[in-house]
Ligand binder design. Structure first.
Ligand SMILES: [Zn+2]
Length: 192
């Protein structure tokens, strides 16, 4: 596993979507993690997470694993896995003597970067824009994320719609091109 291949938080989720050739929502985390050779493990089979931990990324003998709390809903689990993937791809430092990354209140910057990555990966703005999605309910359903995560995304989208500056970055244009077939089919299905 090539650890920390993306340093730029702004571009990381777009690069990931392009590199893994993701072209539809909900984003297949199986496809994405397989691309990077990261193994996904249910905590119920390894039992390493603490009581307040939703997930961890573990580096062991040059291999990367993401452990998630499978007692959560699928929608929450998806966000946890994407968040941990963010830590890995952004090259966040591991804690000393413990090769795992968890919810760490001493590192708010790093945790919020991983959240932003997860949000952008699972609900790319240009695709939501292409589908003309606005509400948290719509976003949660199409992206298969929790209503809480979708609410945060909907607020951000509201700002982006007002600003109306989509597809400025060449990377974002690549993402949009990749999703174009999906967007058009979905629009037909929605009767637009
Ligand atoms: Zn984290």
């Amino acid at each position: 596993m090539n650890y920390g291949i993306y340093k730029n938080v702004r571009d990381a989720a777009w690069k990931c979507l392009v590199e893994c050739n993701v072209c539809r929502l909900p984003v297949s985390l199986k496809k994405v993690t397989e691309h990077y050779g990261i193994k996904i493990i249910k905590n119920s089979s390894v039992n390493i997470l603490g009581p307040s931990e939703n997930g961890a990324s573990v580096l062991h003998e040059n291999e990367c694993f993401i452990v998630f709390d499978d007692e959560n809903t699928i929608r929450r689990c998806r966000f946890t896995v994407a968040h941990e993937l963010g830590h890995i791809l952004l090259g966040h430092p591991t804690r000393e003597g413990y090769n795992a990354r968890t919810i760490d209140k001493d590192r708010p910057q790093i945790e919020s970067e991983a959240d932003v990555f997860a949000s952008r990966l699972l609900s790319p703005a240009c695709v939501l824009w292409g589908l003309n999605l606005h509400t948290a309910e719509e976003i949660a359903k199409v992206c298969n994320i929790s209503i809480t995560a979708a609410q945060i995304r909907a607020e951000r989208m509201d700002m982006l719609y007002k600003r109306d500056k989509f597809l400025i970055s060449p990377l974002e244009r690549n993402v949009y091109e990749q999703f174009k077939g999906f967007i058009n089919n979905k629009k037909i299905a929605l009767g637009e």
